[in-house]
Design a binder for this molecule. Sequence first.
Ligand SMILES: *Cc1c(COP(=O)(O)O)cnc(C)c1O
Length: 296
Amino acid sequence: MSIKLNIPTPLEPYSFRGINFLLKRDDLINKELSGNKARKAHYLIDNPPIDKDSIVSYGSIQSNAMYSLSFLAKELGLKFYYYANHIPNLLKESPRGNLSLALKNKMVLKEGYSNIEEKSNSILIKEGIAEEFSYYGIEKLAKELIEQVDANTKYQLFLPSGTGTTALYLSKALKLLCSKIEVYTTPCVGDRDYLLKQFRELEPNSSYYPKILDTQKRYYFGKLYREFYLLWLELQKELGIEFELLYDPKAWIVILNNRELFRNLIYIHQGGIMGNNSMIERYIRKFGEKYEDYRE
Ligand SMILES: *Cc1c(COP(=O)(O)O)cnc(C)c1O
């Protein structure tokens, strides 16, 4: 079977709280394999590992990468083994969100990183698909953007980081292609030092790194924040587009806090919204049913 990627994705003009920007609709690449997970896996789609029978990966129990790999493996006819360090009992009994979707794709879930087995006939993929082969698809994204924007204008491109693979490789590709698009990011999973460490593991040349901006308040990945949910709802209401709940709200807080930097902003929608359901459930349980309940 083959996976159809709808690329190039559109670049559409929007405005949010007085900031005019271009939105790169990578959420529209493919319903199942969306956003940067599709970009990072593009190499495997174009070069299916025909000599292998399985994919092995690891990471958090609700990750977008896990779900994306479960779909990719199913479509490529490979088995998929996924290791999570800890599986909460509640999820063992009733899987939800990305986990339940991935299990429907026949993912084999295992607990404990110490049990990870690299078999000779499997490909081991790092957490979050933070792989060197990911450059292949992200370079294509860079080329698409260069085609779509005005070559003589300076742009500031923003995208939030988990492993930082997408931001780093996009920044590198745009620099190598001599584009006037400059990449900015913010760490969502760890802090700035964690993100820099991730960059260094993939790329020794720091002149390729994107600029890192952060918030004064420390946000912990996967935790619920009233201001995240309110901003997410407002984005949806203003733009008519659903964003992702783990990464996008922090990105927009950073953009709004530094709006003077973003004269010609490009924002990348990195997909992942199929994982929102379990987050929305948690938000409603914690703060209440109605939008009004979230107000200070
Ligand atoms: C995975 C993901 C990210 C993080 O991507 P990295 O390449 O690991 O930095 C950001 N946003 C969304 C919506 C994602 O699914």
